[in-house]
Design a binder for this molecule. Structure first.
Ligand SMILES: Nc1ncnc2c1ncn2[C@@H]1O[C@H](COP(=O)(O)OP(=O)(O)OP(=O)(O)O)[C@@H](O)[C@H]1O
Length: 250
């Protein structure tokens, strides 16, 4: 059974007459990284918001066969500029969501310590978030969502505001987390190299169809394109990138 199922999905914003998403179909399997790419304004974030339960959609949209009707901890969201609680220490930001659920103090502090180690910020546990760099803040935002053990992470351009070097490190971090944690990921990116490095499957939208028009299996997941020096593989990746671009520009 697919984790997420979207059948004949339509999404329309309240104050608008026209649907932004029309009759789209896709599923997200358990433990997959599903990446969505497409031109600016095509409706990627709109799909993510419906998945999060922030906005209503018509058609079928289910998680584990249950309709998605409102936000809940089962779907954790990371935005490009996720806001943290500036008055709380790093460790309290990470553990914040757990306090409202039935966990003991001991369980919370164990989970927080594990996550800080996972994101490489154990030394910053007592720092305030404004003392951190952009990349560090984004790592805390990811850990805060992971703390809930959400079966699905929804990431909207999570590394869009970071420099290329930090971005590459964050992509590796996401892959490491994905290997260690029992989670699935829906990620939006503008960066095709990022899509090819991280996605198991790459879903593609163009600027006019208002739906996902193609979903490709990615044979190159986990390959660090930036440091690749195998000419033959590089050529194949280049042709895969062109294949994606052709669909985007259809
Ligand atoms: N709250 C809203 N109310 C009305 N229309 C909206 C709202 N949010 C987005 N839209 C419209 O929906 C369309 C899709 O926007 P969306 O943000 O989903 O695109 P996107 O593919 O994520 O774009 P980008 O890559 O630039 O972030 C756009 O035409 C946008 O103007």
């Amino acid at each position: 059974m697919a984790l997420i199922k979207a059948d004949h999905l339509n999404i329309k914003y309240k104050k608008s007459d026209e649907s932004v998403i029309v009759d789209t179909n896709f599923s997200i399997e358990k433990n997959e990284i599903f990446v969505l790419v497409g031109p600016s304004g095509c409706g990627k974030s709109t799909i993510l918001q419906a998945l999060a339960g922030f906005i209503p959609a018509s058609g079928t949209l289910t998680m584990n066969d249950q309709p998605i009707t409102s936000p809940d901890w089962q779907r954790g969201v990371v935005f490009q500029n996720s806001s943290l609680y500036p008055w709380l220490k790093v460790k309290d930001n990470v553990g914040f969501g757990l306090k409202s659920r039935n966990f003991t103090k001991e369980q919370i502090s164990q989970r927080v310590a594990y996550l800080l180690d996972l994101i490489g910020l154990s030394d910053q546990a007592d720092a305030k978030t404004f003392e951190l760099s952009g990349g560090m803040r984004q790592r805390v935002a990811i850990a805060r969502v992971l703390a809930n053990k959400s079966p699905l992470l929804l990431m909207d351009e999570p590394f869009g505001a970071l420099d290329a070097f930090t971005r590459a490190k964050m992509q590796q971090l996401i892959l490491d987390i994905w290997h260690k944690e029992d989670t699935s990921i829906f990620m939006i990116t503008h960066d095709l190299n990022e899509a090819i490095r991280c996605g198991n499957r790459i879903a593609i939208m163009n600027s006019h169809d208002k739906r996902i028009v193609e979903i490709l299996d990615n044979p190159f997941q986990n390959i660090d394109i930036e440091t690749l020096d195998d000419f033959d593989v590089e050529r194949k990746i280049d042709s895969f990138r062109k294949q994606i671009l052709e669909v985007i520009n259809q």
